[in-house]
Design a protein around this ligand. Structure first.
Ligand SMILES: C[S@@+](CC[C@H](N)C(=O)[O-])C[C@H]1O[C@@H](n2cnc3c(N)ncnc32)[C@H](O)[C@@H]1O
Length: 752
């Protein structure tokens, strides 16, 4: 980062944006109009940065590391017991071998082949099938190829893929095989005939096109376009869904770059960019090639993580430019191309507006950005354009167009800047469940202590799969048409790169459908929201919640105390105006001193029970301390009213520390489990009240209750179980499958 900041500050001194910001195109035109000497220096600095970011790469060491891991995997895999746990452990080591091999293709081929073998043994047939193909692609030794092809045929049989099954068997029949292999081929051929005769014609039910429940209207004023209900919409209904073509993983998370899958049993890394980009399947890798071919060299330099929103802006440009090109190929100058792009973005007449047009028309506030902000985004765009020019063949696609490559360079820089500006006001971040306690380069599905069989967790393990995290920055131009309201009308479920938007309450016909760009009115103070909305989105909120005489009442309902002074003991809500920043949630900020004062007697509150509670949490391993801890939790009711945020925070600490004990094999007393279930249920009620009963926070906390029920450690009833099962709808599909398996394996039986 320092390197980038240094170069940018040197470049900043070379450029002048005196005439202010007209549009992105003019900004880059002015850059190109700089005196030749300055332009050259600017370019040199960019080129130097790109060179400096290159890292030495030693293929031999990669091969050595890969071989070591593969051999370790072999030792584990050859273990005679062939227990599921051992096989998964071998898969993990082979995955390490696949990653470490990078471009050492001989080793990579062997690593893929061995992982395929272990995955097949475990029952991940789709992934095993892919790994066989990967091994062959990487040049798996010819004399051993029949083994891999046999495995492909076997997996194709398990996957009921008749076409592939036939193809691999035909291939095997052409090879000279020994008796053992011949026997296997014969056996598989019988399976093929059986499969063919059994395979039912699957009837594809045409799904009825859903009615459109929403429409977009335009206000000539600052609130611009907005979404309204076209008809009355009841609570809980899916209003609209959207699938994003462009997203980037946050914090370099290893999720599939094509479909955003987080659960992968056989991640396939790009072998050229130092294990930074992975896919969940060959299909995803193939689909993403159109983008990755232009990003790979940047990942190799670890450049993109430095650029924040500009990385997503680059993805928009890489994705949408080929779609725009047919409309622009005839333009003879950069000015003409830019005018055509502006026209394209204004064209909203068609019945279904293509995604790239929706994106082109997103609002931007670059005009209102500070000079420093503008220069920063401009330099990022310039850097990316230079990178594309110097290290990829991106600009080749314009060879046949009427304008020159130099014209296209100006346009591409301007488009990256424009997209970055738009994303600042329209970009979304998606959240997902993620496994607890894993490093970014570890994969949950390969953790042998978690799984019984493919996608079936072990008893008591659900809570280890559920931590809610932000995972992608994502472009959703249709969702972006919703204006902001501090009380949103929708709850958004992120499912990979798709989103589903449910109505949070009943909506009348014509009512505006709001999204909330910040924390909502139950989770933040008006002042905090106003600041963010003004700074980033450049408007002042005047929604119903903000206009109320007491706009913070809903949030402060989670902050009501009883005064600890014996002669007062009144219930009070802290006076927000008198509090330093962050003091309301003093327990979340270690550097903030608690300065809560009773508004009735004006006495400062000391909360002596707070540290005592945390001490008990720390020593939760001890039975007697756990007794005191449950007692201390009950005592919190004396000081913290209803669903006080602090009480929920402390409940979280208590639950987590008890589960740490359960996870290491400690058996709690029956009464402890009962108390634990009581704390979790109370916690869930509080979370439902503040975040919603279908929120990711709720689903995360729910896993503890599921585990206790599965472990038969707490009573439940059919109604509760059905209610919990109903929550599956709000999970992303990859997690829904795992949760459903868990429900069927361990919970459903308890309904009977
Ligand atoms: C994500 S866009 C929403 C769609 C936008 N109205 C449009 O026409 O493209 C966000 C921008 O819309 C405007 N906006 C959103 N909510 C608003 C509100 N409640 N009041 C005024 N302007 C709003 C602001 O300019 C904001 O930066």
């Amino acid at each position: 980062m320092d390197r980038l900041a240094r170069i940018f500050s040197q470049q900043d001194e070379l450029i002048t944006l005196d005439s202010g910001f007209k549009d992105e195109y003019e900004t880059f035109k002015s850059l190109h109009a700089l005196p030749a000497e300055k332009r050259q220096s600017l370019e040199q600095l960019t080129l130097k940065l790109l060179t400096d970011l290159e890292l030495p790469h030693d293929r031999d060491s990669c091969a050595l590391r890969s071989r070591t891991l593969r051999e370790e995997g072999n030792l584990v895999f050859r273990d005679d017991t062939k227990e599921a746990e051992q096989i998964l452990k071998a898969c993990r080591l082979y995955t390490g071998a696949v990653f470490e091999a990078e471009d050492a293709s001989e080793e990579l081929a062997l690593a893929f082949a061995n992982r395929g073998m272990a995955l097949q043994e475990y029952g991940y047939y789709r992934e095993a099938y892919d790994d066989c193909a990967n091994a062959l692609d990487c040049g798996y030794p010819e004399k051993l190829q029949h083994k891999v092809i046999m495995r492909q045929a076997f997996c194709a049989w398990k996957l009921e893929n008749i076409e592939a099954f036939e193809e691999h068997l035909a291939c095997l029949e052409k090879l000279q095989l020994n008796e053992g292999y011949e026997r296997q081929v014969k056996h598989l051929k019988e399976k093929l005939e059986l499969l063919k005769s059994h395979k039912k014609q699957t009837v594809i039910n045409e799904t009825e096109a859903g009615t459109v429940l929403e429409e977009i209207l335009t206000d000539p004023g600052e609130r611009g376009r907005y979404m309204v209900a076209k008809e009355a919409i009841p609570q809980g209904k899916v209003i609209f869904s959207e699938r994003a073509s462009c997203f980037v993983p946050l914090e370099q998370r290893l999720i599939c770059h094509q479909c955003a899958a987080t659960l992968m049993s056989a991640p396939i890394p790009c072998s050229q960019c130092h294990q930074r980009v992975v896919y969940c399947s060959r299909k995803c890798r193939e689909k993403h090639l159109a983008i990755h071919r232009y990003e790979c060299a940047a990942y190799r330099r670890d450049l993109l993580k430095l650029l924040g929103v500009s990385h997503l802006a680059l993805r928009l440009v890489l994705t949408y430019v080929p779609l725009m090109l047919p409309h622009l190929a005839g333009c003879t100058s950069s000015q003409a191309i830019w005018s055509s792009i502006t026209e394209l973005s204004a064209n909203q007449e068609q019945e279904t507006v293509p995604e790239y047009v929706q994106s082109l028309s997103m609002a931007s506030h670059l005009k209102q950005a500070s000079q420093a902000e503008l220069v920063y985004h401009m330099l990022c765009a310039n850097l990316l354009q230079t990178y594309l020019k110097e290290h990829t063949d991106f600009f080749k696609q314009f060879n046949a167009s009427s304008a020159s490559i130099e014209d296209w360079q100006v346009v591409i820089s301007a488009l990256i800047l424009r997209s970055a500006g738009q994303l600042l006001a329209n970009g979304h971040v998606s959240s997902s469940l993620l496994p607890v306690g894993l490093q970014t380069n570890e994969f949950a599905l390969l953790q042998s202590d978690m799984w019984e069989s493919p996608l079936h967790l072990r008893l008591g393990q659900l809570h280890n799969l559920a931590r809610s995290e932000l995972i992608t920055a994502i472009n959703l131009p249709y969702l972006s048409l919703c204006n902001h309201g501090c009380a949103p009308s929708i709850s958004t479920k992120f499912d990979g790169c798709s989103v589903v938007n449910y109505s949070l309450g009943d909506l009348a016909r014509g009512e505006e459908i709001f999204n909330c760009y910040t924390r909502d009115y139950r989770n933040s103070l008006k002042q905090q929201r106003l600041q963010a909305l003004e700074e980033v989105y450049k408007f002042q909120c005047s929604c119903d919640k903000c206009k109320r005489p007491d706009p913070d009442q809903d949030y402060l309902a989670f902050h009501r105390y009883r005064c600890e002074k014996p002669n007062c003991r009144q219930i009070f809500t802290p006076d927000v105006d008198g509090l330093p920043q962050n003091s309301l949630n003093w327990w979340l900020h270690s550097q903030v001193e608690n300065s809560i004062v009773c508004t009735v007697c004006q006495e400062r509150q000391l909360f002596p029970w707070y540290n005592d509670f945390l001490d008990l949490v720390e020593s939760c391993v001890d039975y007697s301390k756990r007794q005191l801890l449950f007692q201390a939790y009950d005592d919190l009711d004396k000081w913290l009213m209803e669903h006080h945020s602090l009480k929920r925070n402390l409940a979280g600490e208590l639950i987590m520390s008890c589960f740490v004990e359960i996870d290491v094999g400690c058996i709690l007393e029956d009464w402890e489990y009962e108390n634990l279930a009581k704390v979790i249920r109370h916690q869930l009620k509080g979370t439902a009240a503040q975040c919603g009963a279908n929120s990711l926070e709720y689903l995360t906390e729910m896993t503890y209750l599921w585990d206790l029920i599965a472990l038969k450690k707490c009573e439940s009833n059919e109604m509760e179980l059905l209610e919990l099962k109903g929550k599956l709808e709000y999970l992303a599909s990859e997690y829904r499958e795992v949760f459903l398996n868990y429900y069927n394996d361990f919970i459903e039986q308890q309904c009977k």
